[in-house]
Design a protein around this ligand. Structure first.
Ligand code: 4UW
Length: 542
């Protein structure tokens, strides 16, 4: 059976994302759009709108135009959205980069996305320039695995949001006297954002989200969860990830809310900011819910302004959610479910439901269809209460993976259903429960870790002949990457050496947290790693 949303159908929102988000900003021109949670500096809606327009003019003058890709590589700052919407106003696509990235990872994303400009901050210049230099040294912009370069390689210019010797800043771009560009954007075809996700298998890939899919998903989410004009929400989850980009920027800025920005998670700072800024809406991933439920510091702050806490991006234990809610004096925690490839939202627990079932990730947003199919026979559709793989169809399904048609076809079938690799069931009230994953993806604190990426890296070690990485869930409920490694004959490689080898080369959240040595990695006849077998071997031991 096909599960359909109970909410009335909506028409697609055919607007560029900067219009969908800032088009109504004149109605709350003087309201603070963003407040820096540490310095207290703020930017009004009028200032944000004007800054994004001038940045677009400056970028266009610098050569950025329609069809170009600009990498936005910055922690959360109040300047981030001005840069983001400045890029889209210039008609270009934004590829968002993890602020924890290494130079090697950044070079890979720049090359794959064919980004030719970087907007970063002064503190990140060493990594950005090293990545740009790596590209210049190897100019072959091969995006499709063949031997021919696919397009112009190399970074034209690196801008900074703040100030740095030898680099133009956002202020310099805003000082441009060039006219604001007027690209003709086709919302259904043109790609607004290109975040990276490994999806169900393999390496991180550029997820093409059109203006229409991102804008329409904002409307879809409105049915279940609305932030109010003037409402203060806390933005500590990273803007580069689709959860932060949507829940902390696009959605609240569209509604005229005030986004209080923190650059990273520090529990004391987080709690103090909630108290001082009288935060009403808090968006978290499960590790923050855990801290809120258990950490003694929480009692020292006045958190009475908080009206709701919403958790998403990784499984949240129902008891932990209840403990967190009770501590904050809330009736329950809200949850949402989404995926980069789904722009990202399909389910949210409605803020208006006084009694959502514990553990549920939400109800279907409008104009979205869900099928639950048997794991044994994908042609068999399952009904209420039955567990299977979740398939979605709707306007929020991505356009595809950039430059990877076969990976796109493996993810979205001929009838338009996107296969998530998640296992779940729908209860009799229409609430979705996510119970497991059939895909390789590991989630560490809500961040994506692609096993294939770590396996490829491990295989570059001269003393490793084979490797497999799986997620193992610890007694605290947190999933962590664990490597199973086959050592070259006669080698004495130790666990710590493997951990350090990986740690030096990847963003901190991708670190391997445990290593076990094997004689052989278990594989199927076709050579696929039997990940379930490895996961079953080591439950709860990391
Ligand atoms: N419970 C269990 C959940 C849950 C979950 C996601 O990194 P990605 O591609 O994307 C995200 C997006 C999260 C998101 C959810 C709802 C929402 O409102 C919002 O923004 C407004 C953003 O995490 O990882 C996708 C994968 O993460 C897992 C699941 O495996 C999914 O395929 N996941 N939410 N509540 N698991």
């Amino acid at each position: 059976m096909v599960f359909r949303s109970d909410y009335p159908e909506i028409a697609p929102l055919d607007l560029p994302i900067h219009e969908a988000v800032l088009g109504g900003s004149a109605a709350h021109a003087d309201t603070p759009a963003l407040i820096d949670g540490i310095t207290g500096r703020s930017l009004s809606y009028a200032e944000l709108d004007a800054a994004s327009r001038r940045i677009a003019a400056g970028l266009a003058e610098a050569g950025v135009g329609q069809g170009d890709v600009v990498a936005l590589y910055s922690p959360n700052t109040i300047a981030y959205p001005a840069a983001l919407y400045g890029i889209t106003r210039a008609g270009a696509t934004v590829t968002t980069v993890s602020s924890l990235t290494t130079a090697g990872e950044l070079a890979g994303q720049l090359r794959d996305s064919r980004a030719r400009w970087i907007i970063t901050i002064a503190a990140f210049l060493p990594v950005a320039t090293e990545a740009a230099a790596a590209l210049a040294a190897d100019p072959k912009a091969d995006n499709d695995g063949d031997d021919t370069a696919d397009g112009p390689a190399g970074i034209v210019e690196i801008f900074v949001c703040d100030q740095a010797e030898g680099h133009r800043s956002l202020a310099d771009l805003q000082a441009s006297t060039a006219p604001e560009p007027t690209p003709v954007i086709d919302p259904g075809a043109d790609v607004a954002v290109l975040p990276y996700s490994s999806g169900t298998t393999g390496l991180p890939k550029g997820v093409m989200l059109t203006h229409r899919s991102v804008a329409t998903n904002l409307l879809q989410t409105d049915a279940v969860h609305v932030t109010e004009p003037g409402e203060r929400i806390l933005a500590v989850l990273p803007f580069f990830h689709i959860y932060g980009l949507t829940a902390l920027l696009n959605q609240p800025l569209r509604r005229g809310s005030t986004v209080v920005v923190l650059p990273r998670f520090d529990l004391e700072q987080f709690l103090r900011t909630i108290q001082e800024q009288r935060i009403e809406g808090v968006f978290v991933a499960p590790p923050i819910a855990l801290a809120l439920a258990k950490h003694p510091l929480v009692d020292r702050f006045d958190l009475s302004s908080v009206r709701y806490v919403l958790s998403a991006a990784a499984p949240l234990d129902a008891e932990l959610a209840a403990a967190c809610a009770a501590r904050l004096g809330l009736p329950h925690l809200l949850q949402g479910y989404g995926m980069t490839e789904l722009s990202p939202v399909t389910h949210v627990v409605p803020i208006s439901d006084p009694t959502p079932p514990p553990g549920a990730v939400g109800r279907l947003v409008p104009s979205t269809e869900l099928r639950v199919v048997s794991l044994d026979d994908p042609d068999t559709d399952l009904g209420v209460g039955e567990r299977g793989e979740l398939l979605f169809r709707g306007p929020q399904v991505m356009k595809g993976y950039f430059g990877r048609p076969s990976e796109t076809d493996a993810m979205i079938d001929a009838d338009g259903w996107l296969h998530t690799g998640d296992i779940g069931y729908v209860d009799e009230r229409g609430y979705l429960f996510v119970v497991d994953r059939v895909k390789e993806l590991i989630k560490y604190k809500g961040y994506q870790v692609a096993p294939a990426e770590l396996e490829a890296l491990l295989l570059t070690h001269p003393q490793i002949t084979d490797a497999a990485v799986v997620g193992v869930t610890g007694s605290d409920g947190e999933e962590r990457p664990k490597a199973y490694v086959v050592r070259a004959f006669g080698c004495e490689l130790a666990e710590q050496e493997v951990i350090e080898f990986v740690a030096r080369r990847v963003a901190p959240y991708k670190k391997v947290r445990a290593v076990e040595f094997l004689d052989a990695v278990p594989k199927s006849a076709s050579g696929k790693i039997l990940r379930r077998e490895l996961r079953a071997r080591a439950p709860r031991e990391v």
